[in-house]
Design a protein around this ligand. Structure first.
Ligand SMILES: CC(C)(COP(=O)(O)OP(=O)(O)OC[C@H]1O[C@@H](n2cnc3c(N)ncnc32)[C@H](O)[C@@H]1OP(=O)(O)O)[C@@H](O)C(=O)NCCC(=O)NCCS
Length: 194
């Protein structure tokens, strides 16, 4: 039977599922990012803090986490999508899209001016995926100090800056797609239907 998919704020009990999702999703980037980065997981401390602050959401299949998104308020008026992962067994069912839209809707409600992220320029489910969701490239000359620090940290961790791109989406209601604005419950093909 098709699972019931939802996106919701993470509960404390969801956190133990997240490192395995992050590691499995990272395999999609094998050969693109160095293994040291692919084997990194967000620490439990960071996840717990994000959960407490309401900066962590999960995509659930029948109430079990199969994806998550985490943001950080890195600059005044701006929130950064620090991590987004969907377990490949549940990929391409719209869960990544729903997580991004959920974060953007939340950012509008909270009054953030923009949502930012860094991603790979040349991976089809990275820059083009976010561009379809309303994100635009921020040229290097226009990077804020906080975003420059994010890019520098990535380079120190071994990510080639020439392949990375910073993107931003203005946080206005007009930017959100008219359908599925709340993104709480939605349909989609289940893993057994492919
Ligand atoms: C990026 C990610 C979160 C997307 O999650 P998802 O649930 O698969 O996303 P969606 O189902 O909403 O996919 C939307 C579109 O992205 C593209 N896409 C997603 N996964 C893809 C893949 N493996 N290959 C090619 N295109 C892909 C497709 O265009 C897809 O639409 P389509 O299925 O109608 O063609 C997921 O692929 C992931 O966890 N990737 C590994 C980690 C990562 O890349 N994180 C982002 C770094 S910034």
């Amino acid at each position: 039977m098709m699972p019931r998919y939802t996106v919701a704020s993470a509960r404390p009990d969801d956190l133990t599922h997240l490192p395995a999702i992050e590691l499995a999703a990272a395999r999609l980037l094998a050969g693109v990012a160095p293994d040291s980065v692919l084997n990194e997981t967000t620490s439990l401390d960071v996840l717990q803090k994000a959960q407490r602050e309401g900066h962590l959401w999960v995509a659930l299949a029948n109430d079990v986490p199969v994806g998550f998104a985490q943001v950080e308020a890195i600059e005044r008026g701006g929130v950064h999508l620090e991590e987004i992962d969907v377990h490949p067994e549940y990929g391409r069912r719209g869960l990544g899209t729903q997580l991004v839209l959920h974060v953007c809707e939340w950012a509008v409600r909270k009054g953030y001016r923009r949502v930012t992220l860094t991603t790979f320029r040349d991976v089809s489910w990275n820059m083009p995926f976010y561009a379809r969701l309303g994100f635009a490239v921020v040229p290097p000359a226009q990077l804020s100090q906080a975003l420059r620090a994010v890019v520098e940290d990535e380079a120190r961790r071994g990510l080639d800056p020439s392949r990375r791109v910073v993107m931003a989406r203005p946080s206005t209601r007009a930017c959100l797609p008219s359908s599925n604005r709340t993104g709480t419950h939605f349909g989609g093909a289940g893993p057994d239907s492919q």
